[in-house]
Design a protein around this ligand. Structure first.
Ligand code: ZN
Ligand code: FE
Length: 259
């Protein structure tokens, strides 16, 4: 399975999962159908599956047009979003712990509410122990940041990020937005002593000057540099004047909203 990253709108990424042997593919969070259709026709691929992490327009607005071209494609999303009927064309309902088979890979469903109440993530464990797994986490975890609390409480998003932290450290994190540089600028205001963060800032600045993507990121790097995953860190706790990890998280999210 090959993963293709298609930029959309200002700062979204749509991911295509391609099985070159059969010409079949799946798409994750197609907010815009045009960029997807253009790639599919250029590469002569058949869309079989649409995987949706959550119902926001920038993640689902391409569904209808894609289904017009590929009426047999299945649309996966969470149980909650199906109940609320807020993912266009949704045909399959998923909950925590469900498994799918896709292109000879297993996919595990993580329920990660907080940004929205129905948010799920798609985890592809590695085929061989020496390989990395891949996580498609929508707007839950970002490179050096996390999603806004639009429908959830801090404790929910905190627990969702903790679930992601329990995945192997070499997991590739395919998040849905290119927010990395702004996230790092914020992180430096709360965690200025962090040398790994300072080095990441230098790297990401160079990447963005060259208009290179910073996604995927790797979980190990997030654990070193993403303040939202470092709420147990002594220095960060001292900087935020509380030793309670959930209070650290809540303060961070509040400050980031205003940054
Ligand atoms: Zn969203
Ligand atoms: Fe989004």
């Amino acid at each position: 399975m090959e993963i293709i990253r298609l930029p959309a709108f200002n700062d979204n990424y749509i991911f295509l999962l391609v099985d070159r042997a059969t010409g079949d593919c799946a798409v994750v969070d197609p907010g815009d159908a045009e960029v997807v259709l253009e790639y599919l026709s250029k590469e002569d691929l058949t869309l079989k599956t649409i995987l949706i992490t959550h119902h926001h327009a920038d993640h689902v607005d391409g569904n209808r047009q894609l289904l017009n071209h590929f009426p047999a494609a299945a649309v996966y999303g969470s149980e909650i979003d199906l109940q609320k009927r807020r993912i266009p064309g949704q045909t399959v309902s998923l909950k925590a712990g469900d498994h799918l088979d896709l292109f000879n890979r297993t996919v595990e469903i993580l329920f990660v509410p907080g940004h929205t109440q129905g948010h799920i993530a798609y985890y592809f464990p590695p085929l061989r122990p020496e390989d990395s797994g891949d996580l498609f986490c929508g707007d839950t975890l970002f490179a050096n940041g996390c999603g806004r609390l639009l429908e959830g409480m801090p404790a929910q998003l905190f627990a969702s990020l903790q679930q992601i932290c329990d995945l192997p450290d070499n997991t590739n994190i395919w998040c849905a937005h290119e927010y990395t540089l702004k996230n790092i600028k914020f992180s430096l205001t709360v965690d200025p002593e962090n040398e790994a963060l300072q080095r990441r800032f230098q790297r990401v600045q160079t990447q963005r000057q060259r208009q290179e993507p910073t996604i995927p990121t790797v979980l190990a790097l997030e654990k070193q540099t993403n303040p939202f995953l470092r709420c147990g860190d002594r220095q960060l706790q001292a900087n935020l004047k509380t030793t309670d990890p959930l209070r650290v998280f809540t303060k961070l999210r509040g400050k980031r909203d205003l940054f």
